[in-house]
Write a protein that binds this ligand. Structure first.
Ligand code: TYD
Length: 206
């Protein structure tokens, strides 16, 4: 595949959407065709799954939750991400399989390896060329979410120790695959973070 697959990861409230928007603008200025998307919810089917998994009232069994994210991923990769990469485009995606490993594997304590295998099966082995991890202490990300004053979704509403496990899992994933990950301290200024990301993406574009 000739395209470039970039994912943004991190806890809730770390500023992924802001950075995705800045990177999309910059890539377009560089003459790239960009497909900006997200999980869960990057397709019509995914939007329905997103509503279920994030906004359904009541309990969802952890394994059912993991399978819903995997189902969203399977459809998204097959119908949107892979075709764009095959056309040689840049896919810029908010969250991917590392979120499943962190949230379902470590947050819900289902086991990271199993969740990774499930996601890889769903995505037929597709891994990003670059994963930007915006790292922020869970207390600081909670403060940012609170200042947004919107209603929490099911994951955001989890307790502090859940979010601490998620953060540790993301950092462990980055340690295990230093080539794929770019870890950035999310307390840095928005412009600084954007510049660090652009520098790495410029190398990848050659
Ligand atoms: P996100 O779209 O980043 O939330 P928002 O738009 O509200 O900022 O992500 C939705 C939530 O889904 C987030 O709390 C993380 C969670 N999530 C998982 O638990 N597993 C996954 O595989 C993915 C992709 C997301």
């Amino acid at each position: 595949m000739s395209g470039l697959f970039i994912t943004l990861e991190g806890g809730d409230g770390v500023g992924k959407s802001t950075q995705a928007a800045l990177l999309e603008t910059w890539l377009t200025e560089q003459g790239q065709t960009v497909v900006r998307t997200r999980e869960p919810g990057g397709t019509d089917l995914g939007a329905e799954i997103r509503t279920m998994v994030l906004h359904r009232r009541g309990h969802i069994a952890p394994r059912a939750e993991a399978l819903l994210y995997a189902a969203d991923r399977a459809h998204h990769v097959s119908t949107l991400v892979r075709p764009a990469l095959e056309r040689g485009e840049v896919v810029l995606q908010d969250r991917y399989l590392d979120s499943s490993v962190a949230y379902q594997g470590a947050g819900r304590v289902l086991g990271g390896d199993e969740i990774r295998d499930l996601s890889l099966w769903a995505a037929e082995g597709l891994l990003p060329d670059l994963t930007v991890l915006l790292d922020l202490d869970e207390t600081a990300s909670r403060a940012r979410l609170d200042s947004d004053a919107k209603e929490y979704d099911r994951l955001e509403a989890e307790a502090a120790d859940f979010h601490a496990r998620v953060r540790r899992a993301f950092l462990a994933l980055a340690d295990a695959e230093p080539e794929r990950f770019l870890v950035i301290d999310a307390t840095r200024s928005c412009d600084d973070i954007a510049a660090v990301i652009q520098a790495r993406v410029r190398e990848l574009l050659g």
